[in-house]
Every structure is written in structure tokens, then in C-alpha cells.
Design a protein around this ligand. Structure first.
Ligand SMILES: [Zn+2]
Length: 202
């Protein structure tokens, strides 16, 4: 059974999903259909569209589980044993990514936050945003971490645009491009050298 708050949340998410994926001429009617649904209709809609977990097919309809398992294609920026970081397919700004824990759970493990911070650092170095917003959010019981580089005054409610995989791959490439580093002796060797300089007083 869903609480009023959850219903509002689910409706909002469905609507934003519709806005980013439906053909323009269908958006208005699909939106008003969702808005007009009562609890019962909404629950059956969710079930029919496999949007929440069904005990028999474990979390089969969870978009985040499918991203984490690779059933849904995504551009991966990094992962560890707890979570995977992928570029948002409907980004608000350049480098916008999400960290998805592999486990379908209400509370993302703290390691997921560490992964988010680690990749944020790269974003900061390469894309120089004004700041980076890190915010948790949850859909159908799967908590994720949103990492949004802010260049102007974007926030998580700002307009999204559908991005192609090709362009997302380019963002990843840019992010991972190594800077040319000058060959330099490691610090340790320099210190050794210094230490062994003959100390002679003429
Ligand atoms: Zn899930």
C-alpha cells in the first residue's frame, strides 16, 4: 500500500519520465491520464508496466536494478563492489551522473557516496563547474545518488534533455583523457640525490 506522499512522488516521476521519453503529441494526454488516476488505478498501472517489484521477478521492473545489472545500456564512469556510477541519460548539465547501488535498497550504502565523491573530483578538475550538487533520491525503493555539476544555476528540477549514447561516450572520453605529464624524476630520487651530495667545505 502506498502512502499519499509516495503517490505524489510516483506521479511526478512518471510525468517526468513521460516528458522525456514520449513523442510530443502524446505528452499532454498521457500526463492528464496519470494525474487523474486514483490509488487503485495507479497501483495497477505500476504493476502492469512492471514499475515496482513483483515478488516473483525480483525487482525486474526497477530501472536502477536494470542499469546496475547492465540490462539497460549506460555509460559507466566507474564502479566498485557496492555501486556503479553512470552518466545520466537525461542530463541537466555536462557530466551529470548517478551512482546506483547494486542492491535494491531504501538506503544507499555509504561506500556509494565515496564513489560519487571520487568521480566528482574528476568532474571538478576537467569541467570546472561552479559547484557540484550531490543529492540522494529514491524511486520505487531504490535509493541512488545524483551528482549534478552546476555551471550556472542548475538544480535537480532544472530542465533535462535526452542525450545520445554517442555524446555520453564523448563526455566520458573527455573526463578520462590523461593530461600530458612531463617526465620528471620521482620525488624520492631527488631527495636521495640531495642527501648524497658530498658536503664539503672548501
Ligand atoms: Zn532496484
Amino acid at each position: 500500500m502506498l502512502s499519499d506522499e509516495e503517490i505524489i512522488d510516483i506521479k511526478q516521476k512518471l510525468i517526468s519520465h513521460i516528458e522525456s521519453t514520449f513523442p510530443p503529441e502524446q505528452i499532454l494526454s498521457a500526463k492528464s491520464q496519470i494525474e487523474a488516476m486514483n490509488l487503485e488505478q495507479l497501483e495497477s498501472f505500476i504493476e502492469k508496466n512492471k514499475l515496482i517489484k513483483n515478488p516473483e521477478e525480483e525487482n525486474a521492473g526497477c530501472v536502477f536494478c536494470n542499469i546496475a545489472s547492465g540490462k539497460i545500456n549506460s555509460v559507466r564512469l566507474g564502479e566498485d563492489e557496492n555501486a556503479v556510477a553512470v552518466l545520466e541519460i537525461n542530463p541537466i548539465s555536462k557530466g551529470h551522473f548517478i551512482v546506483v547501488p547494486f542492491q535494491h535498497t531504501d538506503y544507499a550504502p555509504k561506500e556509494a557516496m565515496e564513489l560519487a565523491k571520487k568521480i566528482s573530483k574528476k568532474i571538478r578538475e576537467k569541467f570546472s563547474p561552479k559547484e557540484i550538487e550531490i543529492l540522494k533520491s529514491k524511486m520505487f525503493g531504490h535509493e541512488i545518488i545524483n551528482v549534478l555539476p552546476v555551471y550556472n544555476n542548475e538544480n535537480l528540477n532544472s530542465e533535462r534533455h535526452r542525450e545520445t549514447m554517442e555524446n555520453l561516450e564523448k563526455v566520458k572520453e573527455e573526463l578520462e583523457k590523461k593530461e600530458e605529464v612531463k617526465e620528471e624524476k620521482p620525488l624520492k630520487e631527488k631527495i636521495e640525490e640531495f642527501r648524497w651530495l658530498p658536503k664539503r667545505i672548501p
